[in-house]
Design a protein around this ligand. Sequence first.
Ligand code: AMP
Length: 299
Amino acid sequence: MSVLIVGSTALDSIKTSKAEKPRLLGGSASHAAVAASFFAPVRLIGVVGEDFPKRYVQLYRKHGLDLAGLQIKPGKTFHWAGEYEANMNRRRTLSTELGVFETFSPELPPAFRDTPFVLLANIAPALQSHVLDQMRRPKFVAADTMDLWLNIALKDLLSLLKRVDLFILNDGEAQQLVQEDNVIAALPKLHRLGPRYVIIKKGEHGSILSSPQGTFIAPAYPLKKLVDPTGAGDSFAGGLMGYLASAKGSVDANLRRAMVYGSVTASFCCEGFGLNRTTKITRAAIEARVKELEKLTKF
Ligand code: AMP
C-alpha cells in the first residue's frame, strides 16, 4: 500500500564541528519520503521554488516518489540553516527563510485522496490538518511536530491531535506539551490529547511506543560515528510508516517491527550530511542492520 507524506521540502545549510555543507536537499518530507521509499510507494506533497536544483528532483525520482503533489512556485525554496555543537546532541537554528513556504497550501491531486497511510511530517499543524481535510477515510494517520509549533501554534496542534492515530514526538517536546519530565508518566497524558498510539523519541537512546497493546521499547542502532543527525527523526517516521504500509496484517501486529525499521533507517541518515548517505543505501543494507539489532537486544 502507498504512503502519502506532507512536510517541508527544503534546502538545508548544515554546520558541524568538522564541516560546513550549504544548500543540501533537506526538509522533513524529503527525509521521510526517501526513508519510506525503501518499503512502499510514496506520494509526496510539498512546495519548492524555481531555485530548487534539478538534481534534487532527479533524486526524488530515483527513489520512485510520486511528485504529482509537489508544487513548483515562483520564488525561493524554504531554506533552513543549523549548527551542531561538538557532541551533536545540541543544535541551534541559525536562520529560517520561508520563501514559497509562506503561502503554501497543500493541495492533493484527486488520485492521492484514497491513500491508506498518511504521514504528516513536521510542518505547521494547520497545514497538516488541511491535508487531512482532503483525505477520504485513511487507514492510519501519523503526525510529527517540533517545538516551534508548541510555542506558536498550540491550539492548531491540539485540534490536529484529536484526528490522528499516532503522534510521534521527542522527549523534550513531550515534556513541554504535558509538563512532565518523566517520559513514562508523560505517555498517558499524551493519549488524553487524542492519539491511540504515541511514540516518544529519545535520540541515541531509542524510542518508546505506548499503544492499546501496551508499551514497547525500540533501541537505536549503535553508531560509532555520527556525521549529521539532521532528519533522523523524519527518517524514523518515514521508515516506520513505509514498513507499516508494506507489511501484511494489522497495524497492531506490525508496529513494533516498524519501529525497528524506522530506527535502522534513521541510523543511516546520521552517517552522512543531509540525505547523502540515505540515498545510497539499499533495502538489503537495512535488513542486515535489523538482524544485527535483533541479535544485540535478544535475551
Ligand atoms: P529534524 O532533524 O528531524 O529535526 O529535521 C530537520 C529538518 O527539519 C531539516 O531538514 C529542516 O529543513 C526541517 N525544518 C526546520 N525548521 C522547520 C520548520 N519550521 N518547518 C518545517 N520544517 C523545518
